[in-house]
Design a protein around this ligand. Structure first.
Ligand code: EPZ
Length: 422
């Protein structure tokens, strides 16, 4: 297992390019199951989760080529078994997205229940309840979801008790094929959901209301894409670079950025006192460090609110503010795993339930740490870059699941970062 050794408290300089969005690439790759001929993708990020998705598709019978240098993937859908096995789904909960296109296209699927993970139980009951309402038979046996459709999915109204990103994405797949109209209420509005909806529209799907809480679909035949599908930039990687720029007091330039999808995040950083200049509709962000930073209170919420996937990173930046800042995590029940690790560097963070209280003006000192989940590992990197001295972060496969060569990008900015085998 690899580890990262980082010596922090060093200004960085230069330009960094954001890679393709993980949480858009995954549903896009699964969407290839809807077709019989080859589907090509560009700007695919080099991530373990992309590898896992391609292995899942290969296990079903699909063939793929992945030019990692060029970021190009070609998938030849040849589905022989409609199964997403536990071996792969346990590595990546987003394997639940196989349920969408398999049931939509073939009327049947056998998909492993995703395990929980560090940040919470993460059930998929909303997905299964929606699928039953659309007319499928759904059983859970020996850890697998067994779904079958007697004739054809029938459009209906689906009300999500809580906003669910992949839950909404799976219903988009089903509604695009179901007979008649499907109305999704309390639909997720995340840019990744909108991107999938627009991709399905490019295949001929009739969808209205993308990006709002009520989405309407009328099912019908889809036509295969005629040209390569490009993955948009990753908004969470973009936000992570802003966090790194602030933590190291660096005037970084972030290119291929997804600034237009980070309104609530830019607002929080600006409230703290960070300078962020947006160019080309947020495709370029120029960061100007502040002399001092203000304490803020932030709450994570579904889009367009502050994203839970930026909570851990901004918690570290709150150590730089004058006074006490507050972060309330409203999406996942256990997403403060990084706090214990940050305390090892001297961070003064107290948690009570889903509220974290951060004492500012804390000088962090490097120490050994262990990553627990994807975005927690990013916050440990931000903290190590801020801290005086050297830190070692173990189990950074968590980082490699969702960030495309973050260590190399940091080295190019002058950071003292080394990947070591452990
Ligand atoms: C997606 O996960 C993202 N993953 C997550 O990103 C992200 O943190 C999350 O949305 C919230 O924005 C992908 O897109 C692949 P949810 P998802 O369904 O869809 C509860 C990352 O770091 N819930 O929106 O699994 C759930 O427990 C990852 O890239 C149910 O109770 O999240 C959570 O509390 C981490 N039953 C809340 O809803 C369900 O059936 C939101 O979950 C589904 C969800």
């Amino acid at each position: 297992m690899d580890a990262l050794r980082i010596t922090g408290n060093k200004r960085l300089a230069g330009r960094v390019q954001v890679s393709g969005s993980k949480n858009t690439a995954l549903p896009f790759l699964f969407a290839s199951l809807l077709f019989d001929q080859e589907v090509a993708f560009e700007n695919v990020p080099r991530l373990w989760d992309v590898e896992t998705t391609l292995k899942l598709l290969q296990e079903m019978g699909c063939e793929y080529q992945w030019d990692k240098e060029q970021g190009r993937v070609r998938i030849l859908p040849r589905v022989r078994q409609k199964t997403a096995s536990y071996d792969w789904v346990k590595k990546m909960r987003a394997g639940i997205l196989a349920l969408g296109p398999l049931v939509a296209k073939f009327g049947e699927a056998r998909v492993s229940l995703p395990g929980g993970c560090a940040i919470g139980a993460r059930p998929v009951n909303f997905h299964l309840e929606a699928l039953k309402r659309l007319g499928a038979q759904v059983e859970v046996e020996e850890g697998y979801i067994l779904a079958s459709v007697p004739s054809r999915l029938k459009g209906c109204s689906i009300v999500f008790p809580e906003v669910s990103v992949t839950g909404t994405e799976n219903v988009l797949f089903w509604g695009a094929f179901a007979e008649g109209e499907t109305v999704i209420e309390n639909a997720a509005q995340e840019p990744e959901v909108v991107a999938l909806g627009k991709l399905l529209q490019s295949f001929g799907a009739r969808i209205e209301g993308l990006g709002t809480s009520v989405v309407k679909l009328v099912g019908g035949p889809l036509r295969a894409p005629q040209q390569s599908i490009s993955i948009p930039s990753d908004r969470i990687e973009t936000g992570t670079w802003i966090s790194i720029a602030m933590a190291t007091q660096s005037a970084l330039e972030i290119t291929h950025a997804a600034g237009a999808e980070l309104g609530s995040v830019l607002k929080a950083f600006r409230q703290m006192g960070l300078g962020i200049e947006e160019q080309e509709q947020g495709r370029i962000l120029k960061i100007t460090p502040g002399e001092s930073y203000e304490a803020v209170a932030v709450e994570t919420e579904p889009y367009p609110g502050f994203p839970t996937d930026m909570q851990a990173q901004v918690l570290v930046n709150m150590c730089q503010s004058q006074g006490v800042s507050h972060m309330r995590e409203n999406i996942f029940e256990n997403r403060f795993m990084h706090v214990a690790e940050l305390r090892r560097l001297g961070a003064r963070i107290e948690t009570e339930g889903n509220l974290a209280r951060v004492e500012g003006l804390t000088r962090l000192k490097g120490a050994p740490m262990m990553a627990t989940d994807l975005r927690a590992s990013a916050s440990l990197v931000v903290a190590a870059l801020m801290a005086e001295g050297t830190s070692t972060i173990s189990r950074i496969y968590h980082l490699d699941r969702g960030y495309d060569r973050l260590d190399l990008k940091l080295q190019n900015l002058g950071a003292d970062v080394t990947r070591v085998a452990q």
